[in-house]
Design a protein around this ligand. Structure first.
Ligand SMILES: C[S@@+](CC[C@H](N)C(=O)[O-])C[C@H]1O[C@@H](n2cnc3c(N)ncnc32)[C@H](O)[C@@H]1O
Length: 181
């Protein structure tokens, strides 16, 4: 299982203080990926590629955005090592998602948000534009203080059906409705 293969990268990340999703949330993510088999995946917040390797492990095509050039280079190396079909965009997630949303509508099967917590709400509408109907927007650290406006928005948004996953500091999992208001 990919989670076991990632044990070394997880340990290294913990030692270096790189805030990856880790084994428990990673296992939930893997199950979700195995269930929905996304072909096109977008991630905001690559870090060293730990979650990206899980997201791309079922042969999906991963686009992932990271602001820090050095850690993005590590992610590229790790994606190569694990044979992940990944395109890493080095840049600000807010700007890059806006650019993508101007070009592509309902393009991704799954979007994973795990970057600057106070920017989650800023990217929400662009992510809703970018995700397909019946596709998913998953966000990490949903119980953290900076994410509360986002949490409220996804729980009450008329285009989304959202559940909160209570693993560690939580994930939100929102499905875009097939018939939109
Ligand atoms: C929690 S870590 C991501 C962990 C990764 N998803 C994983 O679990 O393996 C958050 C990452 O977001 C990046 N980041 C912070 N602000 C950003 C921004 N505005 N645009 C893109 N990336 C950003 C940080 O450099 C950091 O690497």
């Amino acid at each position: 299982m990919i989670i076991d293969e990632l044990q070394e990268l997880e340990q290294e990340s913990i030692l270096r203080g790189i805030p990856i999703v880790g084994r428990e949330k990673g296992f939930w993510l893997l199950q979700k990926i195995q269930e929905i088999k996304p072909q096109k995946i977008l991630e905001l917040g690559t870090a060293n590629g730990y979650s990206g390797i899980i997201l791309g492990s079922q042969k999906g095509e991963l686009t992932t955005i990271e602001i820090n050039e050095k850690i993005a280079a590590e992610a590229k190396e790790n994606f190569r090592g694990f044979g992940i079909n990944a395109h890493v965009i080095v840049g600000d997630g807010v700007v890059e998602v806006q650019k993508l949303a101007e070009k592509k509508k309902e393009f991704f099967d799954l979007i994973f948000i795990d970057f600057a917590k106070r920017k989650y709400l800023t990217v929400l509408e662009d992510c809703i534009t970018l995700v397909k109907r019946n596709g998913f927007i998953i966000a990490d650290n949903i119980t953290m203080e900076g994410c509360q406006d986002f949490k409220e928005a996804v729980l009450t948004h008329p285009k989304l059906k959202t559940e909160i996953i209570n693993i560690k500091d939580g994930l939100s999992c929102s499905e875009k409705m097939s018939s939109l208001p």
